[in-house]
Design a protein. Structure first.
Length: 246
């Protein structure tokens, strides 16, 4: 999954800038596909772009308008089949003033509504997911009429049981988190949150981490091969609606 992230040389501020940034992500995905990878794309203006626009001097209403335009554009891509999910969307994972937090939650709702109407999944970027945060997110997702079965909590702690309220936890593939998730069941995804920054090689986790960690889990008896297929085959099929080729 190639997930759209902000580009430092394309700071947000206009719909055209968002369109240009999306085009770059789609080009990167095309390059990966041409090299033989099975590629899907998640597109959306990152939640941090909303506050970054205000840091650059935009008024809250103007920043919200540009951000919403990006959500509509991402939903258009979902309808056209050029992306499989809208993401990352959500709200700031850092402290903001109450009016900004309130508007960010409204923008998250708009993202859920756009994804609902486009029939695609969402990748949620929020603050750390405690049981209270999972509950709050689930309530907001239901209020937007979006199916919990299509909502993925990016960078989730290993909360595989009922405390995740029906969201899909996408768990960072560290040793401890992956093992704790496997002990609880198979209703989760594993991710690396890999960011290809030359000055930070391997950040956050390298792209080979998920297959390596999965093999470790099987070797330790924490997952059977069938359970590993559930995590990496059946779960993505349920969430994103794609078939995984072997």
């Amino acid at each position: 999954m190639v997930v759209h992230k902000p580009y430092r040389d394309l700071p947000p501020g206009t719909l055209e800038r968002t369109r240009e940034a999306f085009a770059r992500t789609l080009t990167l995905a095309d390059m990966a596909a041409a090299a033989g990878a099975q590629v899907r794309v998640a597109l959306a203006p990152h939640p941090a772009e909303f506050t970054e626009m205000m840091k650059a001097g935009m008024a809250l209403e103007d920043a919200a308008r540009v951000y919403e335009q990006g959500l509509v554009l991402a939903a258009e891509h979902a309808r056209a089949g050029t992306c499989t999910a809208m993401g990352e969307v959500g709200r700031p994972h850092y402290p903001v003033e109450p009016p900004v937090w309130e508007r960010a939650n409204l923008l998250m709702r708009r993202a859920l509504e756009e994804a609902r109407d486009a029939g695609c999944a969402v990748l949620l970027h929020t603050e750390s997911a405690t049981p209270e945060v999972f509950l709050d997110l689930a309530q907001r997702i239901r209020a937007a009429g979006f199916p919990l079965e299509k909502a993925v909590k990016h960078y989730s702690p290993p909360v595989v049981g009922p405390e995740n309220q029906g969201l899909w936890p996408s768990i960072i593939a560290s040793h401890d988190s992956a093992e704790e998730a496997a002990r609880q069941g198979t209703r989760f995804l594993l991710e690396t949150d890999y960011i290809d920054e030359p000055e930070r090689p391997g950040a956050v986790l390298g792209p080979k981490t998920v297959p390596r960690r999965t093999l470790e889990l099987v070797q330790k008896g924490l997952l059977s091969e069938e359970q590993a297929w559930t995590v990496h085959g059946e779960n993505p099929r349920r969430i994103y609606g794609w078939d995984i080729a072997l």
